[in-house]
Ligand binder design. Structure first.
Ligand SMILES: C[S@@+](CC[C@H](N)C(=O)[O-])C[C@H]1O[C@@H](n2cnc3c(N)ncnc32)[C@H](O)[C@@H]1O
Length: 222
């Protein structure tokens, strides 16, 4: 089936024996990929708007997976069903993702794996998930249409992270491939421009930005 690299990468990170819920599914292609190509027995795809779900229904019918992909119109985690143990959320702002998880955190007691691809605020997302009792088990980057997307995998458990590890990514900072370097270089450019633009009175932001620039320069020296 046709699926973009970003969604395929997320799908390939979903445990094969899981019962996954994709929140903000839009077209539902991720859940369809999981049951059609990865052998996952059943999946739930949900969205809080009827337009995307109409498209999702068409896709589920087109790929003949009506019996395996359940579509639910619901706000955030209200689509949770007994037995679900994995959640995916991608293509949304980080603060929206945090709100979704925080609003119904009681459901998280049964969730072992959470795979997130926030469009922004990734540090806030990492902090929230750590607070909710998860650690970062994997981090991937995918480049599409000249945009580098981050994919974060969280598993139940506790780990301590220094700000440096949280910022650079505890898994990502151990990688030395070209895309990771490109990602850090872009981040370095952004931070250098930010530092130039910051008003002199923003002492703590200036201190933090300088620290982040140093982390990026060091990791790029490897
Ligand atoms: C940009 S699309 C991303 C679709 C897909 N997950 C992807 O990564 O390609 C975001 C989808 O999330 C849905 N959405 C946004 N906030 C939501 C919420 N609080 N609960 C459920 N769905 C939400 C939107 O309706 C939209 O269909």
């Amino acid at each position: 089936m046709k699926i973009n690299n970003r969604l395929k990468t997320i799908g390939d990170l979903v445990p094969l024996s899981s019962y996954p819920l994709d929140i903000g599914c839009d077209h539902a292609l991720l859940s369809i990929y999981l049951v059609k190509e990865k052998g996952i027995k059943k999946a739930v795809a949900s969205d809080n708007k009827s337009g995307p779900l109409k498209k999702a229904k068409e896709n589920v019918n087109f790929y003949k997976v009506k019996d395996k992909v359940e579509l639910i119109e619901a706000e955030g985690l209200n689509s949770y069903k007994e037995g679900i143990d994995t959640i995916t959320i991608s293509g949304m702002g980080g603060l929206n993702i945090n709100r979704i998880l925080e609003n119904n955190k009681s459901y998280l007691k049964n969730i072992n794996t959470i795979i997130l691809s926030p469009n922004n605020y990734s540090i806030a997302v990492k902090r929230k998930l750590i607070k909710l009792g998860y650690y970062i088990s994997d981090e991937k980057l995918v480049k599409e249409n000249n945009i580098i997307y981050q994919i974060l995998v969280f598993m139940k458990g506790r780990k301590y992270y220094s700000y440096k590890k949280l910022y650079l990514g505890p898994v990502l900072m151990t990688k030395e491939d070209e895309l990771t370097k490109e990602y850090y270089k872009k981040e370095l450019e952004t931070k250098r421009s930010l530092l130039e633009a910051l008003p002199k009175s923003f002492y703590s932001k200036i201190r933090l930005t300088k620290k982040e620039i140093k982390y990026l320069e060091d990791v790029l020296k490897k």
